[in-house]
Design a protein around this ligand. Structure first.
Ligand SMILES: N[C@H](CCC[C@H](N)C(=O)O)C(=O)O
Length: 276
């Protein structure tokens, strides 16, 4: 089967985007892994499917698959690329879109300056909504592994995140701790692992070891997760610049029960077709 795709990226977090409205198809986990393979396939962190709207309330369905083939609930950098894709492909003339993901409905706004703003929804801190094994909800938790004991925050942005504060992001033990924490038994669906350095109340540096993809140059939901956890801990203000290795995202959160807003770039790299 010959499948048309568009390669896109948001701050270096890269995606293969496939329109499954114009070409009706579904992908197996092994097909996703082949597409994502940087030697045997196209190469990407996630595969994103543009799908017909599952209900009249939304404009599109939006499905997300990690490079390991697993389908997940949310992808923030991917959402910005999704918005640019559906406009560039002529699938919509709208500038404000509502799309359904497995993690809930998100709202995309194509800005005039080529940036995209996304309403990423309301963060959920209840352990069973993350999911995270804990006796009760708290602003921080102690996690033990390999004779280490670390303090984390935990939150769902539709997908699960844990966040650790570090003194210096460049020295953070991401390659060692990332894969261990990703699969920590207290996260039954595994977890995205953020390492955050607080520069000031309005500025953080962040690196993310992503569930199902490893360390990526940027993680949109990870930036939202680090900001809301930092804000609940009293470290951060309502508007924060998040500097990731791939670049900067602007995150705004007015507080409990409110949506998190993310603004950043999205770019098309090339178009092609692959035989599956
Ligand atoms: N690895 C994530 C999905 C992609 C998230 C990230 N690329 C983003 O921009 O939010 C997960 O397993 O939940």
């Amino acid at each position: 089967m010959r499948v048309a795709f568009t390669k896109m990226q948001g701050l270096g977090n890269d995606f293969v985007v496939i329109d499954t409205i114009s070409q009706s198809l579904s992908l197996t986990a092994s097909q996703v892994r082949r597409i994502a393979d940087r030697r045997l396939g196209i190469g990407c962190d996630q595969v994103l499917l543009v799908a017909p709207p599952p209900s009249p309330e939304v404009d599109f369905g939006y499905r997300i698959f990690n490079a390991d083939g697993g389908e997940v609930e949310q992808c923030g950098n991917g959402a910005r690329c999704f918005a640019r894709f559906v406009r560039e492909q002529g699938l919509t003339g709208k500038e404000r879109l509502q799309v359904q993901t497995a993690g809930g409905v998100i709202r995309l706004h194509l800005e005039t300056d080529k940036q995209v703003t996304v309403d990423m929804g309301v963060p959920r801190f209840a352990p069973d909504e993350i999911p995270f094994k804990a006796d009760h909800e708290a602003d921080s938790y102690l996690l033990e592994f390999d004779k280490q004991r670390v303090e984390i925050g935990a939150v769902s942005m539709g997908n699960p995140h844990c966040v650790l504060r570090v003194a210096a992001i460049d020295a953070a033990p991401i390659a060692c701790w990332g894969p261990i924490l990703e699969r920590h038994p207290r996260f039954p669906q595994r977890v995205n692992v953020g390492f955050v350095e607080v520069i000031s109340p309005g500025h953080i540096r962040l690196r993310v070891y992503e569930r199902g993809a490893g360390e990526t140059p940027a993680c949109g939901t990870g930036a939202c997760a680090a900001m809301v956890i930092g804000r609940r801990r009293g470290w951060l203000s309502e508007q924060v610049n998040v500097d990731l290795p791939g670049g900067r995202l602007g995150i705004h959160w007015a507080g409990e029960g409110r949506s998190v807003w993310m603004t950043g770039p999205a770019e098309t790299v090339f178009e092609g077709a692959i035989e599956l």
